[in-house]
Design a protein around this ligand. Structure first.
Ligand SMILES: Cc1cc2nc3c(=O)[nH]c(=O)nc-3n(C[C@H](O)[C@H](O)[C@H](O)COP(=O)(O)OP(=O)(O)OC[C@H]3O[C@@H](n4cnc5c(N)ncnc54)[C@H](O)[C@@H]3O)c2cc1C
Length: 414
């Protein structure tokens, strides 16, 4: 793989950009691999990358039924933060956030990580208490967050109305190194790095069955034939239930659509990310100038990867009191993704009842931020059979009642 650098750009400029090689190869599948990962979203690709980088395991295929990054990874609103409440969550989300800090250099691919600062508004007294508790927990966990008063909120977000009649802004949970990254670039950067290590990324290839023998996985049936695997990682977000069913076990996960929308581009007016969880809405401004706006999930299980009119209305109605300026904005487009929700709003990174078969899912509405940390932990679990970062996120917690309750940090927020 040729490295991207300022010299490479200058060289290619001189030869009319004819010499760039493809970012990743599109090989024919081999008959078998040491590791097969199902799902080329951020989590699947990051798992493959850290298997190679941290453990030297490179005989790996990542199998994707559509195109890489075409699932939730390419559909989310890119919020990155680690201000969770429980210790296991803070550990994995902060690991991910800290890996994001240098991800562009690690991958030699600009993922446009922008730690511009993130505010979670407190608009009820209940939220004030909840976020103060989170700040104290984060202090103990070594995660840098702080409580800020309404005047500071106004200073950071001049377009905000802090005196709303229904939901005045009473303060905010602030994470100065939270922010955003370019979602496609995260998938593309990992894919390019995996391909450079000799791994196979096989797109337009759907897994339709899982084969096993003597309680251990032996491979997957796909639309391009059988592919053998010594180890299998299932990393398919909203489709986890279906693929787990193929492998013969059930998951405590439900699939729902989550939607987002963007406005027409406008001049820079907000250089932080603001989440208003009481009213169910959040907003940031993209580099193109669009206001990126997200709301809540559909209230019923479904697999529709598209937007619906009532969500535009509901989300904008929720935000308009706090951001009156959006009443004058035209909305440009909307979309949806299928997210995988667990009951305690925490992910699953786990061994499964099928030998040598592992699962990574349940990131729900907030897994983009976790991609590097999740891939790191999943790779360790698959390579060594255990991972300190993943230890508390096993499937058995649902049977044993050891929930990792993140309903405040992740029930609504992304
Ligand atoms: C509108 C929206 C906004 C969001 N906002 C945020 C946010 O601001 N911050 C944040 O942290 N998170 C956010 N999220 C959540 C985040 O996008 C997801 O948690 C994360 O992208 C999940 O990544 P993944 O790799 O697990 O799944 P995906 O990216 O969905 O990848 C799974 C892949 O598996 C493939 N697949 C499925 N079944 C099969 C099969 N049988 N065979 C082969 N391949 C298969 C799919 O095609 C898909 O490409 C948001 C999500 C949505 C939808």
């Amino acid at each position: 793989m040729k490295r991207y650098s300022v010299f490479a750009i200058a060289r290619e400029a001189l030869r009319y950009h004819q010499g760039w090689e493809r970012a990743w190869a599109s090989p024919e599948p081999k008959s078998s691999y040491d590791v097969v990962i199902v799902g080329a979203g951020g989590h699947g690709l990051a798992t493959a990358y850290y298997l190679g980088k941290n453990f030297g395991i490179t005989n790996v295929a990542v199998i994707e039924k559509g195109w890489l990054g075409g699932g939730n990874t390419g559909r989310n609103t890119t919020i990155i933060r680690s201000n969770y409440l429980q210790d296991p969550s803070a550990a994995i989300y902060e690991k991910a956030r800290s890996l994001y800090e240098t991800l562009s250099q690690d991958l030699n691919y600009n993922v446009m990580f922008s730690p511009r600062g993130l505010l979670m508004l407190a608009q009820t007294h209940h939220e004030v208490r909840g976020y103060l508790r989170t700040v104290h927990a984060n202090t103990l966990q070594g995660v840098s967050t702080e409580w800020i008063e309404p005047a500071k909120v106004k200073e950071l977000v001049p377009i905000i109305n802090i005196d709303g009649p229904r939901y005045p802004v009473l303060g905010a949970l602030y994470q100065a190194r939270g922010g955003t990254a370019r979602h496609d670039a995260v998938a593309w950067g990992y894919a390019r790095a995996c391909s450079a290590m000799g791994m196979h990324i096989i797109q337009k290839c759907e897994v339709t069955g899982v084969r096993s023998e003597g309680g251990n996985v032996t491979g997957v049936e796909t639309t391009r034939g059988f592919i053998g695997a010594k180890k299998l990682g299932i990393v398919v977000a909203g489709h986890s239930g279906q693929v787990a069913d193929m492998a013969g076990f059930r998951l405590p996960v439900e699939a729902v659509a989550l939607q987002a929308l963007v406005s027409e581009p406008i001049k820079p007016c907000m250089d932080v990310v603001v989440m208003a969880n009481t009213v169910h809405g959040y907003m940031s401004q993209s580099d193109k100038g669009e206001m990126v706006i997200g709301g809540g999930t559909d209230g019923f299980n479904n697999f529709t990867q598209r937007g619906s009119f009532q969500h535009i209305e509901e989300t904008l109605r929720a935000l308009i009191e706090t951001f009156p300026m959006i009443s004058r904005l035209k909305m440009l487009r909307q979309w949806g993704g299928i997210v995988d929700m667990t009951g305690d709003r925490s992910p699953i990174i786990s061994k499964t009842p099928l030998g040598n078969c592992f699962i990574n899912c349940g990131w729900g509405t907030g897994g983009f931020k976790a991609i590097p940390g999740s891939g790191w932990a999943m790779a360790e679990l698959m390579a060594k059979g255990q991972s300190p970062l993943a230890a508390d996120f096993g499937l058995e917690r649902f049977r044993e009642g050891r929930f990792i309750d993140e309903s405040v940090a992740a029930g609504v927020a992304h």
